[in-house]
Design a protein. Structure first.
Length: 112
C-alpha cells in the first residue's frame, strides 16, 4: 500500500513540476506603457516650481496652497496636460514667492 501511495505522490509531483515553467518563456502580452510627454516649457515650469517649493519648505515658509498647486501640476504632468502644468506651476511659484516674502514682515507685537 505504501509503495502505491509513494508512486502516486511521485507522479503528482512530477506533473506539477512540469506545469511550473509552462509560462516562463512566454512573451509579455501587455503592451509597454509610455508616459505622456509634456512640452519643454511646461517641464521647465514644473522643475522651477519643484525647486521653489523645496526651498520654501526648507525655510518653513511653504504655504499649503503652493504645495497643493505643485501636486496638481505633477498630476497633470503624469497625464500629459501641458496647459494645466503651466497654470499650476505658475500658481505654486507665485505662492512660494509670497510665502518667502512673508518671512521679511515684522513680527506683530501686541501690547507693551
Amino acid at each position: 500500500m505504501s509503495k502505491v501511495l509513494l508512486a502516486l505522490t511521485s507522479v503528482a509531483l512530477l506533473g506539477m513540476a512540469g506545469c511550473a515553467d509552462l509560462y516562463i518563456n512566454q512573451p509579455d502580452s501587455k503592451p509597454a506603457v509610455t508616459k505622456p510627454a509634456i512640452s519643454a516649457e511646461a517641464q521647465a515650469a514644473l522643475t522651477a516650481a519643484q525647486a521653489a517649493v523645496k526651498d520654501a519648505q526648507a525655510k518653513n515658509a511653504l504655504w499649503t496652497t503652493a504645495a497643493d498647486a505643485l501636486k496638481a501640476a505633477e498630476a497633470a504632468a503624469a497625464t500629459g496636460d501641458s496647459a494645466t502644468v503651466l497654470k499650476q506651476s505658475k500658481l505654486a511659484s507665485d505662492h512660494v514667492q509670497k510665502g518667502l516674502a512673508q518671512l521679511n514682515y515684522p513680527m506683530l507685537k501686541i501690547g507693551d
